[in-house]
Design a protein around this ligand. Sequence first.
Ligand code: C2E
Ligand code: MG
Ligand code: MG
Ligand code: MG
Length: 293
Amino acid sequence: TAKSSGKARIVVYEAEMDRRATHDAKLGADLRRALDRDEFFLVYQPVVRLPDGCPAGAEALVRWRHPERGVVPPVEFIPLAEQTGLIVPLGLWVLNEACRQAAQWLRDLRTTGPWKVSVNVSARQLSEPGFAVQVAEALAGWLLPADRLMIEVTETAIFDNETATATLRQISALGVALALDDFGTGHSSLSLLRTAPVDVLKVDKSFVDDLGGDNAESTIVTATLYIANGLRLSAVAEGVETPTQARRLYELGYQLAQGYHFAKPLPAEEMAALLAGAAPLPPPRRAAPAPDP
Ligand code: C2E
Ligand code: MG
Ligand code: MG
Ligand code: MG
């Protein structure tokens, strides 16, 4: 009967909830030990200059090498780390590891363009009273010039959050750049761009996806560039997967982009090779020239 099948569904649902809770509890316990056991590592995704394909930066993205599960992506543990507060020590580790790596690249690479390394920071970290000091200490500790670092935060992390905005002002005063990540998907508010010291808008992949077809348009992608240009900010298009998207972005006037079309997140050594100019990324960009008649 409908009633008993409803009951059955509730039982299945509760079993699923239990399974998920156990899974999360286990993962949470593993997560707490993971820092001590040195199980996290960073990969780096290039940010590419569309006109010439040169890397303009590298976004540090955290990975977890779990002893049984293998490499776990951040979607599976960052939310958990945020809930449990572990994001604070984990985020501090990410910040220091990215600064250490950037400083090493600066020392080791013979030619260095004006690239930056960017680090994702959660709302929870920005609300920690000492966060700006920790950024200053990471830069000083690894001897990394402030203009080599960028901090990425989401609109939601700073929306209506005076503490977070004040922290960002202190970080900005150090000379560190600030990017608004996943732009257009959070509490988009243009007044945010006046109160927070934003340098870069990263338009979210979901809007870049709209540029799929040859003549496809994306109002948000276009509007973001318009806002960025008007406020003298940079704009980066995220999640570029196809040559068509890359070409459309270039035609619209985008200078910077990131995505699997150019490169997936890479091990540090491969990122270093790109920064050294050893391996060019796929070109942007223009429509192929017409063949000679
Ligand atoms: P995000 O900061 O927006 O980073 C971009 C994500 O999109 C990365 O996923 C990247 O691998 C992926 N991506 C880049 N290009 C493409 C593409 O062309 N196609 C597709 N399908 N995906 C693409 P990832 O590394 O799994 O990170 C996911 C999110 O986890 C990040 O989104 C960021 O919000 C968060 N995250 C990663 N590392 C950290 C960290 O160290 N701290 C904090 N707080 N969050 C982090
Ligand atoms: Mg990011
Ligand atoms: Mg993003
Ligand atoms: Mg995104």
